[in-house]
Design a protein around this ligand. Structure first.
Ligand code: 2RA
Length: 338
């Protein structure tokens, strides 16, 4: 069985990794259709010895596709996802457009795979920092029953797309050469700096990104009472997000059981030997499938609390890889035919 697969947003940082990972993971494809805005239509995208001409996304673009991974922002998802689904194309949407909609499953395959099969044509891919955080938290929830979370994220510039990567490169080079730093993506210099500002601020002082951790975490883990306080920070790192977590649980915790739970969780790996300077770091988790979990210790504030550190590739597990794993889940169960 091979599928006709589309990518909407093929020219973006995530779009290009989708093309790469679909091939590297040998996803069974009979046709790959690359879709983007009119601005990119006609351009050629290549991968190894293959090349494709990018087509402008119109409602008809989705005719005949078995599935399409959307990674072109919420406005493009709102413009095309429901139309694509109507035409029998299963949409795996990486934008925030439908994540909290009733009837749209929000899926991390290692956490809530069954939800993927309840879709009505659209499946939402969670926010990158949410996915990576839960790859560390969920095995601990299974062991001890998660109650509340305090998290701080250290988010790579790839989360802002190609523009964020280019801006960090340019500023770093300019700093080294004594040149002028450009500030087009971020409100302040990102090189050698930290910005406690990811996405827009709400009136209550939280950002949209911080509220995703709460709302998406509750939906994915089916924990409607879960409490989360999150601070999201942009850091001068290229590709991997890191998250520092303090979590409170219903049941007494043990470090040994926590380490065992993480080590046994598909998609996560334990890197936890601080005495020998072994802990997950962004440079070790760029272009890596698994997420790394370390610094596990008793939290000193919460009763039944653990503190930990999680690292994962924002473009892969945080976006492109998770979306492809959802498609693989549907394929494995013979449910991908639109
Ligand atoms: C970011 N999570 O890191 C957001 C969107 N990818 O900017």
């Amino acid at each position: 069985m091979a599928y006709k697969i589309g990518i909407l947003g093929a020219t973006g940082a995530v779009g290009q990794e989708l093309i790469r990972l679909l091939h590297e993971r040998n996803f069974p494809i009979s046709e790959l259709r690359l879709l983007a805005s009119a601005r990119s239509a006609g351009k050629t995208q290549t991968y190894q010895d293959k090349s494709w001409t990018i087509q402008e996304a119109t409602p008809d673009s989705f005719d005949g596709l078995d599935a399409c991974i959307f990674s072109a922002g919420a406005s493009q998802s709102k413009a095309f996802a429901e139309e694509a689904a109507k035409r029998g194309c299963i949409v795996i949407d990486n934008s925030s457009a439908f994540r909290m909609d009733e009837g749209v499953p929000l899926v991390v395959p290692e956490i809530n795979p069954d939800a993927a099969f309840e879709h009505k044509g659209i499946i939402a891919n969670p926010n990158c920092s949410t996915i990576i955080t839960l790859m560390g938290l969920y095995p601990l929830h299974q062991a001890f029953g998660l109650k509340s979370v305090i998290a701080s994220t250290y988010q790579a510039v790839s989360g802002s797309g190609t523009g964020g990567i280019v801006e960090l490169e340019q500023q770093t080079r300019a700093w080294a050469e004594g040149g002028e730093m450009k500030k087009e993506v971020y409100p302040h210099q990102i090189a050698f700096n930290l910005l406690p500002h990811v996405d827009v601020f709400f009136d209550d002082g939280y950002t949209k990104e911080e509220m995703k951790m709460l709302n998406e975490g509750r939906k994915i883990m089916s924990l409607p009472e879960l409490k989360v306080t999150c601070t999201c920070v942009r850091v001068p790192v290229f590709r991997a997000h890191c998250i520092s977590v303090s979590a409170e649980f219903e049941r007494p915790v043990s470090i040994e059981a926590a380490r065992e739970a993480v080590a046994g969780f598909e998609g996560s790996e334990l890197v936890d030997d601080p005495a020998n300077a072994k802990y997950p770091m962004p440079l070790d988790y760029s272009e890596v499938v698994n997420c790394g979990v370390g610094r596990i210790r008793k939290d000193q504030v919460f009763e039944n609390g653990l503190a930990l550190w999680v690292t994962g590739d924002q473009v892969w597990k945080g976006a492109a890889l998770n979306a492809i794993q959802i498609a693989e889940l549907l394929h494995d169960k013979g449910k991908l035919k639109g």
